[in-house]
Design a protein around this ligand. Structure first.
Ligand code: FES
Length: 124
């Protein structure tokens, strides 16, 4: 996995998410009380950019349909089976946030996943 520099720590404002695109992936970076969280910026429901949502009480809320995701676990509140990919971030000596970024995965919306599941049930 390549290590990618995402953003300078000085550019982050506490509680304000930013979107960073690296290696073909969109990531959300947010700092809360000097702790940096990095996760997928793509909502698993329908692909909205989570960095356009509100961060509060340890969660980011999707701006489209208000699903809430825990910043520590990536889990959707009330639906832990739905989760965001989290990335372990570190800070370099010269003040950058960096993460190991795996190869890009194809994005599958919940609708596409449900349709694929429904088709598999009828292909008997
Ligand atoms: S696209 Fe995020 S909750 Fe619907």
């Amino acid at each position: 996995m390549p290590v990618e520099r995402l953003v300078e720590v000085d550019q982050l404002i506490d509680g304000v998410p930013v979107r960073v695109e690296v290696s073909g992936q969109a990531l959300l970076v947010v700092m809360i009380d000097n702790r940096i969280h990095v996760m997928s910026d793509v909502c698993p429901h329908n692909g909205a950019s989570l960095s356009e949502g509100l961060v509060r009480d340890g969660c980011v809320t999707c701006p489209s349909h208000l699903w809430r995701f825990d910043l520590d676990t990536g889990e959707r509140r009330g639906r832990p089976d739905v989760r965001l990919t989290l990335y372990g971030a570190s800070t370099t000596a010269d003040g950058w946030v960096e993460v190991d970024v795996p190869a890009a995965q194809p994005v599958v919306s919940l609708r596409e996943a449900l349709l694929a599941h429904a088709r598999s049930q009828t292909d008997v």
